[in-house]
Design a protein around this ligand. Structure first.
Ligand code: IMP
Length: 423
């Protein structure tokens, strides 16, 4: 039985949480494969908005199991807050939420190191969410990290202390002014670890192997977006994990030949939060309107997102890298009212027109070449079927499908579960 993947094709914040929630009824297991609490997956139904950071977005469905995979990094303190928020919904989390022993732990000093590293970079800072993601993955690849399974060892606190002491020396090395009270942070951390240990830890690769063998339907949930991938994103302005399809194989232990559908999510326009190049970024009233209407503020940090037109060059690249088989277009409703919609179809790169993503996409190297299309005036937010969509939006969809050579199966017209049109 194949494992389907769902991932973001832009710089994150495409609406993965909403679509995982919508699709969960078709699956037995939802498994998150990378990233950590830098993510903010927003779900809305029955008039309530939920933001999940580490817990998979299938958690609200009765029959689905949710797995936090080995590729994820977990901050027990943030995880505890997520659990506390979910407690009032009677979800039987002990039975429904399983955690990989091989997932790495974010220590309080990882967060401090993140802050010290960013401060030391000055203007060249990444614009990190400062959740300790980079330092935790550095310890993972440096073979120094602490994993969830370590918490089952008697001497885990010794391991913790050794790593934390080393981090303190590294924070000093950055020579920046970071104020912190480690005792206070550690009290919260140890409390949170106690709560984490109440949950079920599993050998998730074995669990998922057996689940595949017995024909269970599995959806792998990605975080961030392809352009933030550590290898294929706009390095160094990226996150520290593989957000692309291959990340699901290493982040869950799923063999490549068992991957089935690859569902790629993109917004009808583009946003980015944090630093780094963004060729179609708008600095005018149009960009400000997208931000206002689309409520484009980070779900984790509250930072305003930068907004711009859809970048087909970047989107084609993401479709290619991931082997996307189905597309889902989000936030079509946000563009309602624009007379003209622009799509970037190529870049001017060093004086030449290119239609692939070059190594360097900083503003001094590339400028976007646009195609203009007619916008749509109508409010889409109450529409429930594809026949209701305005003609000019259908032209936009048809154009994108032809360019990307993949069908757009879902058009989202608002944040609520119900505002989802299947085609
Ligand atoms: P970090 O992964 O928190 O260190 O952040 C690295 C870069 O990725 C920064 O530009 C962040 O703004 C961006 N980033 C990280 N997670 C997300 C996300 O879930 N959505 C959008 N951007 C993100």
């Amino acid at each position: 039985m194949a494992v389907d993947l769902l991932l973001g094709l832009q710089w994150g914040d495409e609406g993965k949480g909403k679509i995982v929630d919508v699709l969960t009824k078709n699956y037995d297991i939802i498994a998150r494969f990378q990233g950590g609490p830098n993510a903010g997956h927003t779900l809305e139904f029955d008039g309530i908005k939920h933001v999940l950071h580490t817990i998979p977005s299938g958690i609200f469905h009765k029959n689905a199991l949710n797995i936090v995979g080995n590729g994820v990094v977990i901050d027990p303190v943030i995880f505890k807050k997520e659990l506390d928020n979910l407690n009032k919904f009677n979800l039987d989390l002990n039975a429904k939420l399983l955690i990989s022993r091989k997932a790495h732990l974010i220590l309080p000093t990882h967060r401090l190191l993140d802050a010290a590293s960013e401060a030391s970079k000055g203007k060249a800072k990444i614009g990190s969410t400062l959740k300790g993601i980079g330092p935790t993955y550095m310890d993972k690849t440096g073979r120094n990290g602490m994993r969830v399974g370590d918490l089952e060892l008697d001497n885990w606190k010794d391991k913790y202390r050794a790593l934390s002491d080393k981090h303190e020396a590294m924070i000093d090395f950055h020579n920046v002014d970071i104020q912190y009270d480690l005792n206070e942070l550690e009290t919260d951390f140890f409390d949170a670890v106690k709560e984490l240990k109440q949950l079920t830890f599993i050998d998730s690769e074995e669990y998922l192997y057996q689940a595949q063998k017995s024909g269970k339907k599995i959806l792998a949930e990605g975080a961030q977006g392809s352009l933030l991938d550590i290898d294929f994103g706009t390095y160094p302005y990226v996150t520290s994990s593989n957000t692309t399809a291959a990340g699901a194989c290493t982040g869950l232990g799923v063999p490549p030949r068992n991957i089935g559908g690859v569902f790629g999510i993109f917004k009808a326009y583009t946003t980015r939060v944090g630093s780094g190049p963004f060729p179609t970024e708008l600095f005018d009233e149009v960009g400000a309107t997208m931000g206002r209407v689309g409520n484009e503020f980070g779900a984790t940090t509250g930072r305003p997102r930068r907004c711009g037109w859809l970048d087909l060059v970047a989107l084609k690249y993401a479709v290619q890298i991931n082997g996307v088989s189905e597309l889902m277009m989000m936030k079509a409703d946000v563009l309602s009212g624009f007379k003209t919609i622009k799509v970037c179809t190529a870049y001017k790169y060093k004086g030449e027109k290119v239609s692939h993503l070059p190594y360097n996409i900083e503003a001094e190297n590339v400028s976007p070449v646009y195609k203009e299309m007619k916008g749509w005036e109508k409010d889409l937010t109450k529409m429930t079927s594809a026949d209701e969509l305005p003609e000019t939006l259908i032209e936009y969809i048809n154009y994108l499908e032809a360019e990307l050579e993949i069908p757009i199966k879902i058009v989202s017209v608002g944040p609520d579960r119900k505002q989802t049109i299947h085609r």
